[in-house]
Design a protein. Structure first.
Length: 145
């Protein structure tokens, strides 16, 4: 079984073998911001790195949700690309594009933001957002939509 390092980006191992890429998955907010130094190191070392970052639900972006910070703009200056997935059907194509971008030309890091409502089933997201079975008001109807 794979070993887990509680601090996977503290000592990043360069992906020096052809066709290999380093991958790290971090939680939204502080997990993403704590990865900034490691991503900068990967950029300077020209190491291909795929950083997957959690994010607040799409409907809550920019509305004061817990751990909602502008993550994509934060990584635009550090990464070859900073992408955000908007729908489940876009996960695989976005990850393929990110991996190709990290490895092509001068290798480097790529950030992919994955909002909670893209990663989890609707009923889980609804519970996290505090939704009820009967939508009330515009917010409830948007969540149900």
């Amino acid at each position: 079984p794979p070993r887990r390092n509680p601090c996977p980006l503290s000592h990043p191992v360069p992906a020096v073998l052809p066709g290999r890429i380093g991958v790290a998955a971090v939680t939204a907010g502080p997990g993403v911001t704590n990865a900034v130094t490691a991503v900068k190191n990967a950029q300077m070392a020209e190491s291909p790195l795929l950083l997957l970052g959690g994010a607040a639900a799409t409907l809550q972006k920019g509305r004061g949700a817990l751990q909602d910070i502008p993550q994509v703009p934060l990584f635009r200056t550090l990464c070859k690309a900073a992408l955000s997935v908007r729908a489940v059907r876009d996960i695989v194509p976005t990850l393929r594009r990110a991996i190709a971008t990290a490895q092509e030309g001068t290798p480097g890091p790529v950030f992919v933001e994955l909002p909670i409502d893209v990663l989890y089933p609707f009923h889980v997201v609804q519970k996290e957002l505090g939704g009820s079975k009967t939508p009330r008001g515009l917010r409830g109807k948007l969540v149900q939509w």
